[in-house]
Design a protein around this ligand. Structure first.
Ligand SMILES: [Zn+2]
Length: 223
């Protein structure tokens, strides 16, 4: 759309920051104040990797720590405002393009939602992030091989239950021999979901499975 039209739209339908709900310009996804408050994930700490015992993915990229403003951004993403998903997609695209191996992936696959949850929300928030990445990086998106069986909502489960609930994910029989695939999700908590998805993809012959998660919880070292 041309800038003049956007400017007029801005006057009549002003956009709001998905985190603080203050008005933002038409060409912004989040206000500058909130962007400054988002805490970037530091790979050197390897918080995600030490949560997992048998690791099936080869490398992980993450945008931010799941806390404070970032948490509000995720809430808004799950509540009909897709801007934070586009923002996370942009950030992860930059990280992917900077990575010599991951940027050469064949496909990006968002972690699926169950049919029932999808009907309730109307969209999968991981799709929003993965779609953005696909557009920015040219890596094709694939949504028809992984699926999630109906089950209890993951977040209502405790950590042990959640570890067991990973069996909720499954895969259609597909030959992925030699493929390099990125699994994409909005939040990584125990790491068990992306690890299960990576296991399923490797079982189908995937050569490499990488993970790109918008946000990750910070691990307390004494857990
Ligand atoms: Zn804001």
């Amino acid at each position: 759309m041309n800038k003049a039209i956007n400017f007029v739209l801005d006057l009549f339908f002003p956009s709001r920051c998905p985190i603080c709900r203050n008005f933002i310009r038409y060409d912004e996804l989040i206000c500058e104040k909130c962007i400054k408050k988002l805490k970037k994930y530091i790979p050197e700490n390897d918080d995600i990797l030490i949560k997992i015992n048998d690791m099936f993915f080869d490398k992980i990229l993450a945008g931010f720590y799941y806390e404070n403003e970032v948490r509000n951004g995720i809430y808004s993403l799950k509540d009909g405002h897709k801007e934070f998903g586009y923002y996370l997609g942009n950030i992860l695209s930059e990280l992917i393009l900077q990575d010599e191996l991951i940027s050469k992936s064949d496909y990006i696959i968002p972690v699926p939602m169950s049919e029932k949850s999808l009907r309730v929300r109307g969209y999968n928030q991981a799709d929003i992030i993965a779609e953005t990445i696909s557009v920015k990086t040219g890596i094709k998106m694939m949504t028809d091989i992984l699926y999630k069986n109906p089950s209890e909502v993951q977040h209502s489960l405790n950590k042990t239950q959640r570890m067991k609930n990973v069996s909720a994910y499954n895969i259609n029989n597909t030959d992925l021999s030699g493929m390099k695939i990125i699994i994409c999700d909005d939040v990584c908590t125990t790491g068990s979901t992306i690890n299960r998805c990576a296991e399923l993809l490797k079982n189908m012959g995937a050569a490499k499975v990488y993970a790109a998660v918008g946000t990750t919880t910070k691990l307390k070292r004494n857990e």
